[in-house]
Unconditional design. Structure first.
Length: 161
């Protein structure tokens, strides 16, 4: 089946088998290996990408489901060598150990901060509860997300005439 997907702002087209998972399309077909494949059962969240702006576990989404839609991977959250605010937060607050869960954590936290620019610790914990890290106790991951929220530019305020 021929699909057309806008990946990280770039139109991409490919022939895929109807049963191909989005994680394999992103990694194997497109060569975007920042999205990790961890469990294939949607338990770990390492494969989290955004589909039309919403975080999804790409190991449970068929690539054909993305046909005609926007997909953002970890490669699409920063511009060139510039780190995103969350990536900076993970560096500043030591939010990664082995790094395997980090792309999924960042994709999930990016969606959280877009919805809730100043989340509480409980909101952060709830948001990342579907992403497993086997190396840490999550404290530094939470601190990394809090750092990004603290350093996030204030949202634009509409002025009433």
């Amino acid at each position: 089946m021929r699909i057309q997907v806008n990946v990280n702002g770039e139109p991409r087209e490919a022939d895929v088998e109807p049963r191909l998972l989005l994680v394999h399309f992103v990694r194997d077909t497109l060569g975007l290996t920042g999205t990790h494949w961890g469990c294939d059962t949607s338990n770990c969240g390492a494969c989290t990408v955004h589909l039309d702006g919403e975080p999804v576990k790409s190991c449970t989404v068929l690539a054909v489901r993305a046909n005609g839609h926007d997909v953002t991977t970890i490669e699409g959250v920063s511009s060139g060598a510039d780190l995103s605010l969350l990536q900076q937060g993970f560096r500043e607050e030591h939010g990664l150990q082995c790094g395997f869960c980090t792309p999924g954590m960042i994709m999930t936290a990016t969606a959280l901060l877009e919805r809730t620019p100043r989340p509480s610790e409980d909101e952060i914990r709830e948001a990342i509860s579907g992403n497993l890290c086997r190396c840490t106790g999550y404290q530094y991951i939470i601190k990394s997300i809090e750092w990004a929220a603290k350093h996030n530019a204030p949202t634009r305020v509409e002025v009433m005439p």
